[in-house]
Design a protein. Structure first.
Length: 279
């Protein structure tokens, strides 16, 4: 039986519809494949970036107002070395900015910086946005310098003299509150220059930094007054926005003291200024 009189039951436009459907299906497959590849690419990039971020330590910027042997431009001073290693162990990166003492505190308290390298315990009562890391970074040995070695190294004996101190050193500013003849210097160089020129009789500073400054400049005729005025523990302080890192840093410092890292740094960088370990 021949089909010469057979007519297809599809409408006349059916071939075009089928072709279009087939073409659209191909496009969908292509778009889906390309979209899948694009999605995989995006995910790969995100994973790469996230792994990179995880490998990069958090950077904290701390201010410091020290001098050798505690801090220096090469960041090999005692406080430099101890803090940098503690930050490394806490998976942090430390960057230090040297600033005048008073300005450094204001910037740290305001959150412009992440904190202070070394401050005395209790500074947080005056600057409430600072949080103390609860493990000692080191000690500061406060002392008086003078041409006259017969002056006793006691505050009651010094208050009656013409005294110089560095602006922003709160411990001396508080101790000499109400004293008449007090001159504030901007830095150690200016402070010791005043002493050399007899503008002041006594310069109040930190013992080891003063000895290092005198040696570096070859200054003659100056003496450290005895006994030392006082010794105070110093601590890292963080702005409260970075306070979450305080426990890790405290733990790192304790570990360094236990494994001998801290003592080795002390023996290398501070002990030569004493001749023996301070009590």
């Amino acid at each position: 039986m021949e089909n010469q009189g057979f007519r297809p039951r599809f409408p006349s436009h059916a071939p075009r519809v089928l072709l279009r459907v087939c073409a659209d299906y191909r496009l969908i497959r292509i778009a889906t494949a390309e979209g899948g590849r694009a999605l995989l690419t995006v995910l790969a990039v995100m994973l790469h970036l996230s792994s990179g971020f995880a490998a990069e330590p958090r950077v904290l910027v701390l201010n410091e107002a020290n001098a050798p042997p505690y801090s220096n431009p090469e960041r090999t001073g005692f406080f430099d070395a101890v803090a940098i290693e503690a930050f490394r162990r806490a998976r942090l990166e430390l960057r230090l900015e040297k600033l005048p003492a008073g300005r450094a505190l204001l910037l740290s308290n305001s959150g412009v910086a992440n904190g202070e390298l070394n401050r005395l315990s209790g500074i947080e009562t005056q600057y409430p946005n600072l949080v103390r890391v609860p493990e000692k970074l080191g000690d500061w040995y406060f002392a008086a310098f003078s041409k006259d070695a017969s002056i006793p190294g006691r505050l009651e004996a010094i208050r009656g003299r013409t005294v110089g101190l560095i602006r922003g050193w709160k411990i001396y500013e508080s101790a000499l509150a109400g004293a008449k003849d007090v001159i504030a210097a901007d830095d150690a160089e200016q402070l010791f220059r005043l002493l050399q020129l007899d503008r002041i009789e006594v310069a109040l500073y930190e013992r080891l930094m003063g000895l290092a400054h005198i040696r570096e400049l070859g200054i003659k005729g100056l003496r450290v007054l005895e006994p030392p005025l006082f010794t105070r523990e110093t601590f890292l302080h963080l702005h409260r926005s970075s306070a979450e890192w305080a426990p890790a840093l405290a733990a790192a410092l304790r570990a360094m003291k236990q494994d001998g890292t801290y003592q080795r740094a002390y023996d290398e960088k501070l002990l030569p200024y004493f001749g023996s370990s301070p009590r």
